[in-house]
Design a protein around this ligand. Structure first.
Ligand code: ZN
Ligand code: ZN
Ligand code: FE
Length: 767
């Protein structure tokens, strides 16, 4: 036996994203390089390593561990302990060990890497044109994982037995596919099938080429992807795009477009270097890019909008389809309007019946559905608008350790959030909860996260709104399991989501501008200035309350909001103003609305800023009825961008009521009406309106600063997706010496609410 003199041994436990990213092979190769023996294995908590050898070699090993990490791996934490050398003769990868109650971080799905892409395009490679090619650096992860530790037997790849060649790759430490759990090839892996609109299998020689041909001919194909079905069609074909709109019952909402490369993206849009980097990132989200004019993409793809949602292919199948069609392809979620995305073949054929002409399916099961993520870049910084594929279930890092808790979110664009230690696991975008499919998807995903992260909540938080499906679920769950239930005010949650996102612990002035949120006075809030700490808030200012005839039913018809505001601010006289939008409304409807406002019948009061944008959009006759959420406000913003340089501002006044500043909008509306009557161009009025809201925001915060001494402002709520507003407001705050932050890692819309709730609940429990 060799002497153990000069030989040292250490055990190292590494936590972070270290499974499913080629970490064990990396350790194996590193130990070989430095002539070390020992072992490595996965547990449900970490990767445990034992290395034995010369001290100097061990030092090199540890320095390389950090410096040469595989591209998708991330070390969050590691411990190292000296141990007694045992005379190991080799370095081995041992079987995984399940540790009860322990958990680990899970890698999101990763866009196809360059090596895999080259292989599928290489006629001499055995994976030539194989649509399920992947390796330790890319491919499905979260969508196929049933449980941890991450091994093939606990994924939906379990049912595919590796062929000899794939087995060899899987066992060869020098191969890129060493321990790649979803490893597959044309011999042993999942296969494609082409079905007609009825789900009947078509026998075709080459499914890829046939599908590409159908897309070129203008057909709509439902394609089973990574996280669910996508509906694909030729984005340059007006007829096809219109057909898709009709069949999907989605009249106006923009579609995302997939193009083969950044160069092609530049043909259609302006792409700066940050946007280019995000397009090509392993997350590969949809990036909202400023569209060029005179392009051959159908105007129905994003009617009347300034931005196009562009993404690059992120699966081998998509690479192949784009390669063959040489077309920009619409890729939109396979669902009916706001329902969740369809997941399995049978389900898709049933639920999507009537939308696609063909189905392109495969037999790799999707364990968790996953929409495409959406990102915008503002000021060279990315801002997430929809957080799903590529990002979830990677946690948001918290500054301290939190009790295990569940935050249920809101109602629309919903997410939930589970906390454990210093991790906030914000779920992928779940969507709206007002349909049964959406709600089922929500509760199933909560169970999945609880299982894979081994979380047993001690506390449940939800919105204060008594009628949100998430609130009812939270209450029922709390009652059943005897847990503490904490309702959280909507805008308090918005503001705290931004504080956590931006890493702010001290009190802030939170500006929360959105459409709707249940207030502590039972009224509808949405134009709020809140002095905010994690566990409490104080309302310091808000936009004046105004009634909306018909309440929630008027949201789809902004002209009703405009009319309600007009009558309540200026009385029935205002109906005689020479305003073009009034001429489009039927007399009977005007009568009903004025009666409702006069008698305060079914005319709930709101301080909503989102509704203010809707009202102005309708008043300017830009959009009186909407086809998708926030359409009126979005088109109002498009107008503002069309105005070059007008810095006029409408009057801003406020009164103080019991220490709360109430912002008057009467002068603002009066001035807008005057401008309309004087035939001031619509883009100019829109720009002035945006300038006014920005200035009003600034002035209010200045006044609150004078009272509180707080100069840290956070901007949140769906209204701040308005990039024109965000730009001017940020400029004002910066020049006034304020620090200003907005959401980046989670959306500023209601998709971020759950993070705020989770932190508020956790802090309340521990304080
Ligand atoms: Zn790869
Ligand atoms: Zn194989
Ligand atoms: Fe909101």
């Amino acid at each position: 036996m060799k002497s153990l003199e000069n030989i040292a041994a250490f055990t190292i436990a590494v936590q972070g994203v270290v499974q499913g990213v080629g970490f064990r092979p990396f350790i194996y190769q590193l130990s070989a390089k430095h002539h070390l023996n020992g072992w490595v294995y996965n547990t449900s908590n970490d990767v445990t390593i034992l290395i034995e050898g010369k001290t100097e070699s061990i030092n090199h090993f540890i320095s390389d561990l950090h410096k040469k990490l595989p591209p998708r791996a991330f070390i969050e934490h590691y411990t190292i302990k000296k141990t007694k050398p045992a005379g190991h003769k080799e370095f081995v990868i041992r079987n995984s060990v399940v540790k009860k109650g322990k958990y680990q971080l899970i890698s999101p799905d990763i866009a196809t890497c360059r090596d895999c892409r080259n292989e599928i395009l290489d006629p001499h490679n055995r994976r030539y044109r194989y649509p399920f090619t992947n390796c330790t650096n890319c491919g499905p992860r979260f969508t196929i994982i049933k449980d941890i530790p991450y091994d093939r037997s606990r994924t939906t790849m379990e049912c595919f037995d590796l062929c000899p060649e794939c087995t060899h790759e899987y066992n060869n430490p020098l191969d890129r596919r060493f321990h790649a759990q979803p490893n597959a090839c044309p011999v042993c892996g999942p296969q494609l099938e082409l079905l007609d609109f009825n789900g009947k299998k078509l026998s075709v020689k080459d499914v890829n080429s046939e599908t590409a041909k159908l897309l070129k001919m203008g057909y709509i194909v439902a394609i089973k992807g990574l996280g669910g079905f996508l509906l694909a069609c030729d984005a340059t074909n007006d007829n096809t795009v219109d057909q898709l709109r009709i069949r999907k019952k989605r009249p106006g909402k923009p579609f995302a477009v997939m193009v083969d490369s950044v160069q092609t993206a530049r043909r259609y849009c302006y792409v700066n270097s940050t946007e280019e980097k995000i397009l090509q990132s392993p997350q590969s989200p949809i990036v909202l890019l400023k569209a060029k004019s005179h392009i051959d993409i159908s105007p129905s793809v994003a009617p009347g909008l300034r931005y196009l949602g562009i993404m690059l292919p992120y699966t081998p199948l998509q690479h192949l389809l784009l390669e063959e069609t040489r077309l920009p392809l619409i890729m939109t979620s396979g669902n009916l309007s706001e329902e969740p995305i369809a997941r399995e073949n049978e389900e898709a054929i049933q639920r999507l019946y009537g939308i696609p002409d063909y189905f392109l399916v495969h037999n790799r099961q999707i364990y968790s559905t996953y929409d495409d993520s959406v990102v915008v870049v503002d000021n060279r910084l990315s801002q997430i608008v929809r957080r799903a594929r590529g990002y979830a279930p990677f946690p948001i890092k918290l500054k301290t350790s939190f009790p295990q808790g569940l935050a249920c979110g809101a109602q629309e664009k919903n997410t939930f959030c589970l906390t454990r230690d210093d991790h906030a696991f914000v779920s992928q975008h779940i969507g709206d909860l007002d349909n049964q499919e959406g709600f089922d998807h929500y509760t199933e995903t909560i169970e999945l996260y609880k299982k894979i992260f081994r979380i047993r909540p001690k506390i449940i938080t939800a919105d204060m709104h008594p009628d949100y499906a998430s609130t009812r679920y939270a209450k029922a769950t709390a009652e059943q399991s005897g847990l503490q239930f904490i309702p959280v005010q909507h805008h308090h949650a918005h503001v705290v989501s931004t504080m956590v996102d931006a890493g702010i612990n001290s009190p802030v002035i939170g500006v929360a501008f959105d459409g709707t949120g249940y207030g502590t006075d039972g009224l509808v809030w949405g134009g709020e200035f809140l002095f905010t700490e994690f566990t409490k808030f104080e309302r310091k200012a808000h936009i004046q309350y105004l009634p909306i005839a018909g309440g929630d039913t008027a949201i789809m018809k902004p002209y009703r909001i405009a009319l309600s505001y007009l009558i309540s601010l200026f009385g029935e006289n205002s109906l005689n103003y020479d305003l073009p939008f009034l001429k489009l409304i039927k007399h009977e409807e005007i009568d009903i609305i004025s009666r409702q406002i006069e008698r305060s019948l079914n005319a709930p009061l709101t301080s909503s800023c989102g509704r203010l944008f809707d009202a102005v959009s309708a008043l300017l006759n830009i959009r009186g009825e909407i086809q998708y959420d926030a359409q009126a406000a979005i088109e109002l913003e498009v107008m503002a961008w069309k105005c070059n340089n007008d810095s006029n501002i409408y009057p801003i006044t406020w009164k103080e009521n019991d220490g709360i500043r109430v912002i008057d909008v009467e002068g603002l509306f009066r001035a807008i009406i005057d401008d309309i009557l004087c035939r001031v161009p619509t883009p100019v009025i829109s720009a002035r309106f945006h300038n006014t809201i920005a200035k009003m925001t600034y002035i209010m915060c200045q006044s609150i600063y004078a009272e509180t001494g707080i100069k840290q402002v956070v901007l949140t709520g769906g209204v701040f997706q308005n990039r024109y507003l965000l730009k001017i407001v940020t400029r004002l705050f910066k020049s006034g010496g304020f620090s200003v932050s907005t959401n980046r890692q989670v959306p500023c819309n209601d998709g971020g609410i759950s993070l705020g709730q989770a932190v508020i609940g956790g802090c309340m429990l521990t304080m």
